[in-house]
Design a protein around this ligand. Sequence first.
Ligand code: HEM
Length: 611
Amino acid sequence: MSSAFYSEEAIAAAAAVNMTLPPDNDFLHQVGHFLLHVHGHILPRVLLVYFLTYSIFILIKYRHTSISANPRSDLPGPKGHPLIGNTIEMAQRPPGSTHQRQMGFHKQYGKVFSLTVLGLGRVIHVRDPQAVDHILRVNFWAYEKGGFFRETLRPIFGNGIFSADGQHWRWQRKAASKIFNVNWYRTYTSTIFRQESQLVINYFHRITDTSMSSKSTAIAPTEINTAPLVEDISVLIPPASPLKENRVLLDPASKVIDLQNIFLLFTLDSFGRIGFGESFGCLIDPEKEVPFAGAFDRLTANLSLRFNWPFWRWTDWWSGNDKKVAEDTKTVYDFAYKVIRRRRALEEKTGVEGGGVVHDVGDEETKKGRGVLSSSGKDLMQLFMEATDDNGERLTDDDLKDTLINFVLAGRDTTAQALSWMFYLIHRSQTRKEVLTKLRQEIDTVLQGGFPTYETVQLQKYTKACFFETLRLYPSVPQNIRCVLEDDILPGGIKVYKGEKVTWGIWGMGRDTDIWGHDAEEFRPERWLQGDKFPSSKFVSFHLGPRTCLGQQFAYIQAITITSMLLQKFDFELVDPHNEPVYGTSLTLPMANGLPVRITRRRDDLFHREE
Ligand code: HEM
């Protein structure tokens, strides 16, 4: 048999097994040839044409936006590059420029503008208190933190309250709300703030009263009245470590210290005691590195960079940064688990949830009969270990770890940074001298040389106004973002679609003359004393609505306590009183180079108190 269609081999193979081949006709022949031809020549061309047409379509569609964002001609904003939108510009964040740049865009495009960034999609920037109120309060459930926020910040927030959404967030909020109450502030936290402020004062006395080297500034442990509660505190205090990179005592001879660093140590030690009953021991020797604090700082700074840089997984791997993040995460987690294990052991020993720890923090002042109430209270760890969720379940060790880390972030950096900006503002050359005079007058009048308590803090309206005025100009959380869960219309008629992001710059809103009047840029605490609403709803530094900051009172009691105690005893002089400190890149608003100040004993200390 011969055939034009079948090959010799095919015919031979069919004969060998007695198989009859289908008829060899022209039609089949032609179909076969056609397919071969298409496969060999035309198909790649068809695919190529399809690919080119599709690419041109994509290039035209996303000529100014990132590939993940739907083009919107109804929104103004800086033109982006094809396919990547504004990704490159947004990734460039030299210290001290991010918020000014956002303000510049608002000036150019108005109250709303939008950008597109790979990985984030369309990000709509709003600068209208009504729109922010709508997102955070009025239509709260149409917005969430979202997967992007959670994944980017997972190493630090885990599933804690800051990154949780929906039911998981609601439960955590409910449990924490019960804890942050007036009674807890009055009997427990206020006392700890006072005791920790006293440690700072002791350290400052050593600097002002002697000429010394940085070595001799360590406070002898016996002088510390931190009342460690769970047996041996030394297990938690990090072992002796090298001198810090960020020094506290910058120049012993001229008594220059980095005040921001001191405030960070103060809030961390206070939080250690309030959070789990044990000080981190930072104020024992402020010059020594505390591994937990170092790791924590690097982690927050590193993770905040990931927000606007979609390629961080690859670049971090390439630069080895992912290893640093992993190391720092481990240091932070190890510490948290150590605290939890100790509590679990106590729980087992006592048979009571959390070990039933109640701290007696009655201090020296009570013993000296200076009218300060003896205090006792449960720490956050105890309160969270007692709590149950809606199904009656207790928190797991992982939940507790996330809770602890979330609260350290909430309670440490925010207040310490706000305090630093406040001391800068009240002492800089541009601020009226009268502000510091009024502040001191109020402190002296209310306290009469005594110690602040929960009750006296409530009377210090001017001090509180200084704190809020600081947070208006230098909000500890300078920018915030939400993911749109369902299509919505913002006040002013701006449409937002599911999956898009909305963001608002708190830093810029605090300086907006449309919101705060012509003197918006001026530090004027008096603006808080005009009405009876304190704070006003246009002030979003503590957030609004159901996710409002839970620690607002905590923060100002702490800030007013240490401010009062320091200004009672010391004069502060900025090393550079004329220039604004540069802020650093982080989730919060640190001063990139700290706050160098010269300290001396207060010249007009009317109520000299024996320490
Ligand atoms: C000056 C000090 C502080 C400022 C400016 C501040 C500001 C804020 C802001 C803006 C938020 C909203 C974050 C968001 O959901 O995107 C927030 C939430 C929160 N803050 Fe503060 N905070 C301060 C101090 C504190 C302190 C000292 C604590 C606790 C010890 C605390 C506990 C919390 C908690 C638990 C939340 C989460 C609330 C929730 O999601 O339901 N904050 N804070």
